[in-house]
Design a protein around this ligand. Structure first.
Ligand SMILES: *Cc1c(COP(=O)(O)O)cnc(C)c1O
Length: 436
């Protein structure tokens, strides 16, 4: 801040009523997006609540797009972090061995992998979701010596070129500015409204030497498509996909960046299918406290990397290891959180089902699994209006889907039943306001 400007004047120049002027609009790029839906200057956050600098409270059904599964400033994780920082624990460590990283790795082994009978090597790519996706794609290509990857309609895997090439959304793809190649989209579960047997097209292309489909290195899939509109693949579909990959020697990559870390109930979203993907991508909530951290897990025999062949400066944000380890030990040594997530997911689903019956002609669809829930409206415009009406009543929800036609409910997993009820009461009011 320029010296000589009082804090009060500085703030006043930034907020006029609820319309924000100055640095956000004059300095920050047009690329900003969430801030346009929620024109508030946020200041504090605790649990499932964010507070504007004017003190107004907002109930959070967004949870950092899935990066805040344990809520804002979770007290258990905060304590661990404060202790670590206070004692001058390492903050930045590239991929050096540190006590914080060792504790985290041991927690992954003891809390996540061993109890589930999973045998994975673990690498730290850069800290974003997109970094683990890029690492996964690179590794699959290196292992198989093949170029092409199968993705699914309405998939979202991130915004760098490799990840965009396996992403569906045409607006996001358009940003690449060069051809996005070496990926072939296949229909996701229920793409044809259940009218075409599941893998008819994909299987036929794989088996027909005249199909024009190059032998794929990998299939990359989300078990529930978050950005794509809360499309939950059926468990049988995931099992079928895993089987198909096995039959054809194709590596299966599950992108669990958004749906992992308990979002759908179990820690890994693929657990109910009883499948073991070859490669698993984690980010968003793995850092526990909203700190940047990503992991790529893969079967040990796929670990063909040369030292330093995939690299990055921010692969060792040690405070993130501390919070991540604390989250695993606090929430994942028994099934309390998993059960609570499923119960609160059902609580939301019941209200969504009621809304669907209340407005039979509005073409509403209730979607999702666990605490990843969506209400699909007839258009993106209607969904926007619902999200806006909810925001005006103090509830933060984003929209997703190719036309933005799905309002998305993704509260922290640690939200209370009362808070879920408060949020759903607002949602019902918002839907009634818009549809009546
Ligand atoms: C958010 C997301 C990503 C990208 O993560 P970033 O941290 O935004 O790079 C990748 N895959 C899925 C499924 C996601 O939801």
């Amino acid at each position: 801040m320029a010296t000589g400007v009082s804090l009060k004047k500085y703030k006043a120049s930034h907020v006029i009523g609820r319309s924000i002027v100055n640095v956000f609009e004059t300095l920050e790029s047009e690329v900003r997006s969430y801030s346009r839906s929620w024109p508030v200057v946020f200041d504090r956050a605790v649990g499932s609540w964010l507070y504007g600098e004017d003190g107004r409270a907002y109930l959070d059904f967004f949870a950092g797009a899935g990066a805040l599964n344990y809520g804002h400033n979770n007290p258990v994780l905060k304590r661990a972090l404060l202790d670590y920082i206070e004692r001058d624990g390492i903050t930045h460590g590239l991929d050096m061995h540190t006590t914080a990283k060792r504790d985290f790795l041991e927690s992954v082994q003891e809390v996540l992998l061993r109890p589930r009978g999973l045998d994975y090597r673990l690498m730290f790519p850069g800290p974003g979701g997109v970094n683990t996706v890029e690492a996964a794609l690179k590794l699959a290509r290196k292992v198989t010596g093949r170029e092409s990857v199968i993705n699914f309609t309405n998939a979202f895997h991130g915004m760098t070129l490799g990840a965009l090439s396996v992403t569906g959304n045409s607006m996001k793809r358009g940003g690449a500015g060069i051809p996005l190649v070496h990926a072939t989209p296949m229909p996701y579960d229920n793409y044809f409204d259940g009218q075409t047997p599941d893998f008819l097209f994909f299987e036929k292309l794989l088996e027909d030497s005249g199909s024009g489909l190059n032998e794929p290195a990998a299939v990359i899939v989300e078990t529930v498509q978050g950005e794509g509109g809360i499309n939950a693949a059926r468990i049988e579909w995931l099992q079928g996909l895993s089987e198909l990959c096995k039959q054809h020697g194709i590596l299966l990559i599950v992108d669990d960046v958004q749906m992992g870390c308990g979002r759908t109930g179990p820690f890994f979203s693929f657990e109910p299918a009883g499948i073991q993907p070859d490669i698993v991508c984690l980010s968003k909530s793995i850092g526990g406290y909203g700190l940047p951290l990503a992991l790529t897990l893969f079967k040990p025999e796929l670990d063909v990397w040369e030292p330093g062949e995939h690299n990055g400066t921010f692969r060792g944000i040690n405070p993130a290891f501390v919070a991540a380890g604390a989250a695993l030990r606090e929430y994942w040594t028994d099934d309390t959180l998993e059960k609570a997530t499923l119960a609160k997911g059902e609580q939301i689903a019941r209200t969504l089902d009621d809304l669907v019956s209340e407005f039979p002609s509005a073409e509403l669809t209730a979607k999702g699994r666990g605490l990843a829930r969506g209400l699909e409206l007839a258009s993106g415009e209607l969904a926007d209006r619902v999200a806006k009406a909810a925001f005006e009543r103090g509830l933060l929800m984003e929209t997703s889907g190719p036309e933005g036609q799905v309002v998305k409910m993704m509260p922290a997993l640690t939200i209370s039943e009362d808070e879920v009820e408060q949020g759903m009461t607002i949602l019902v009011e918002a839907v009634r306001t818009v549809l009546r």
